[in-house]
Design a protein around this ligand. Structure first.
Ligand SMILES: [Zn+2]
Length: 82
């Protein structure tokens, strides 16, 4: 089976889409990173990756304050427009 055709759900808006349209992220030791191939991960669609709701979600998911998450995202290869 072609993995690219798997349907996954965006954890922010709950939209379902093909896996390769979604960004697979994870929190390792309270740091945000792209999926490394092991551990727990989650999917975020391209709309939500730029939304403020992602900050709320990541704050819970990575157990960090919203300020910390904003700082993490500044250094991440995508940007969130406030
Ligand atoms: Zn989404």
């Amino acid at each position: 089976m072609d993995n690219g055709k798997l349907i996954r759900m965006c954890i922010v808006c709950k939209k379902r889409d093909k896996q390769y349209y979604l960004n697979r992220l994870q929190c390792i030791d309270n740091e945000l990173t792209y999926f490394t191939g092991k551990g727990r991960s989650f999917y975020v669609c391209n709309d939500c990756i730029k939304s403020k709701k992602l900050i709320n979600f990541l704050s819970k998911k990575c157990k960090k304050s919203k300020e910390d998450i904003k700082n993490l995202i500044i250094h991440f290869p995508f940007s969130i427009s406030y």
